[in-house]
Ligand binder design. Structure first.
Ligand SMILES: *C/C=C(C)/C=C/C=C(C)/C=C/C1=C(C)CCCC1(C)C
Length: 243
């Protein structure tokens, strides 16, 4: 009996623990979004189901990591850097897969997907090196990471992905454009968190922010928002094929 009670012990969350609060709410939001995406899957045309599945997987993987990160923060009062990057290294490549999936109608090749995945992994691994391994040179790793990010932005806004989106036209083009804005503006939230949480010349500008709060807000906007754009595209496209 005592053992059972011990296992059920819950870490206390102080009323002014805003970091803990955003981990908690983030976890709930990711769970709710996953349920929403998974349960809606069967109402779509077969060709859209994989895209919705991937939207759900992105928020589900995040929900599991947020579960751990919430706990980690509550137990140690430290930033869960490791879980954070494991989460990202799984979910960001899946976002690259989403680009490929929606552009498949226009003949997107797997090489486009792998290129985006490769760039996103470079972006994240170098970010991890700066945040966790070689903090003294965080600015340098952040710069390399930023370059990879820049190439991703360029690729989807002006490169091959853009050409495919134009070729697809209609709802796919519109959805692609919205996703491009997510990557340009929504993803730009992360370097701000990074600069807030690592030492460097940028400290006077971003030192006032909290790395985890910034990352948590970024994740909620990007993972759920991104998924909803794809959901909306599937709704529009399925309607048209019914008519
Ligand atoms: C769901 C998680 C997402 C969409 C995470 C995205 C993360 C980034 C775009 C991170 C970018 C970074 C830089 C551009 C420079 C500094 C290091 C990073 C890794 C924070």
């Amino acid at each position: 009996m005592t053992k059972l009670l011990l296992n059920l012990e819950v870490a206390r969350l102080a009323a002014d623990d805003y970091v803990g609060f955003t981990f908690f709410v983030g976890c709930m939001a990711m769970m709710a979004a996953s349920a929403f995406f998974f349960l809606s899957m069967s109402s779509f045309d077969k060709k859209w189901r994989t895209s919705i599945l991937v939207s759900g997987l992105i928020t589900f993987i995040a929900a599991v990591h947020y579960w751990y990160m919430r706990d980690y923060w509550a137990s140690f009062g430290e930033s869960p850097v490791f879980f954070r990057y494991v989460d990202w290294v799984l979910t960001v490549p899946l976002m690259c897969v989403e680009f490929y999936l929606i552009l498949k109608v226009a003949g997107a090749k797997k090489s486009l997907m792998w290129r985006l995945i490769f760039l996103s992994v470079v972006m994240l691994v170098t970010g991890y090196l700066g945040e966790a391994v070689d903090r003294d040179n965080a600015w340098f790793w952040g710069l390399i990471s930023g370059l990879a990010y820049f190439v991703i932005v360029y690729d989807i806004w002006f490169g091959q992905a853009k050409k495919l989106a134009v070729a697809a036209g209609g709802d796919v083009l519109a959805a692609h454009k919205t996703l491009c804005w997510f990557v340009l503006v929504g993803w730009a939230i992360y370097p701000i968190g990074y600069m807030a949480g690592t030492p460097g010349w940028y400290e006077p500008f971003f030192g006032g922010f909290n790395l985890d709060i910034v990352y948590n807000i970024g994740d909620a906007i990007n993972k759920i928002g991104f998924g909803l754009v794809v959901y909306n595209l599937a709704v529009l496209a399925s309607k048209k094929s019914e008519a």
